[in-house]
Design a protein around this ligand. Sequence first.
Ligand SMILES: [Zn+2]
Length: 186
Amino acid sequence: MPDTVTIENVSSKLPWKFSVGRRLLRNINYAVVHHDAVLAPDVYDPVLRYAHEADYHISKGWGHLAYHLRISRDGKIYQTLPFEEIGYHAGNWIFNRTGIGICLDGDLTRQPVTDAQSTALKGLMRHLAYERPDMPILLQKSFWAHKEVRGVGWPGTIAFIPNPTACPSPTIAQIVKAYRLSAPAG
Ligand SMILES: [Zn+2]
């Protein structure tokens, strides 16, 4: 029996101002992994955390929370944005337009990722790559750490921007890169 991944959908509980844009699930072909870069306590209410961050992203003009999926410190997975909705998380329109954003709670450059989080991330990547026939071109080779993705502007702009972000920490970047690079050929 394959491992099962449980995802709790809380997207309807979070602040929302406007749609950035929509896409079809069958065209989703990237996933970019982040941390939220905010120190997380041992115990907290994840939905409250995501609501605060949604307010912050709305204040930056991004419409709603940037990330589709969140992984809390205790390793639970939450859907925080419908996959059909574009999130502005990668600093790169190509990756944003047909990608999903996965964000681990915590400032993982200043506090260690929890074992529960890294286990959940690996299970989530496998689930998205192999157990989602509604996203048929989201594959093992589709997963990127944020800092691997070069910045490029909104539609109509062509400037590539060096990406100085430390997101999502060396440890998580290595997990994501190793997963992508171990993808079967083809
Ligand atoms: Zn990031």
